[in-house]
Design a protein around this ligand. Structure first.
Ligand code: 5GP
Ligand code: ZN
Length: 112
């Protein structure tokens, strides 16, 4: 996926502010934060969106949520945070590499 912005960020071809990295996923600060804490967690293996999650690739999604829970504890926001993934154009997905927004640090309000 040479043309994918987040693949380039994972590869270090485009700089980013790293929050966390392991063999399966990469987390980095969002360039336009919507909350005092706003980072993105992405699988290193390219996947277009949540619509492409299958039984085969689903373990990385579980892993990402384990990582998010760990970071929430370490970074001190486990008492209140939101995880969002926009899927498809009508949901506002602008980068077509699966990513989970993690937002915290302010009153986030009801989402529904
Ligand atoms: P989406 O709208 O697809 O759910 O989220 C894409 C997110 O990626 C947006 O919140 C946007 O601010 C962020 N973003 C776009 N380009 C870059 C970039 O070059 N670097 C970083 N760190 N974030 C980016
Ligand atoms: Zn990608």
């Amino acid at each position: 996926m040479n043309d994918c912005l987040f693949c380039k960020i994972i590869a270090g071809e485009i700089p980013s502010k790293k929050v966390y990295e392991d063999e399966l996923c990469y987390a980095f600060c969002d360039i336009s934060p919507l909350a005092p804490t706003h980072f993105l967690v992405v699988p290193k293996a390219h996947l277009d969106s949540a619509a492409r999650i299958t039984e085969e690739n689903a373990p990385v999604v579980g892993h990402i949520f384990v990582v998010i829970a760990k970071l929430a504890g370490e970074m001190g926001f486990s008492d209140g945070f939101r995880v969002v993934t926009n899927c498809g154009q009508s949901a506002g997905q602008t980068v077509h590499h699966l990513h989970f927004h993690v937002l915290a640090g302010k009153e986030l309000g009801s989402f529904h």
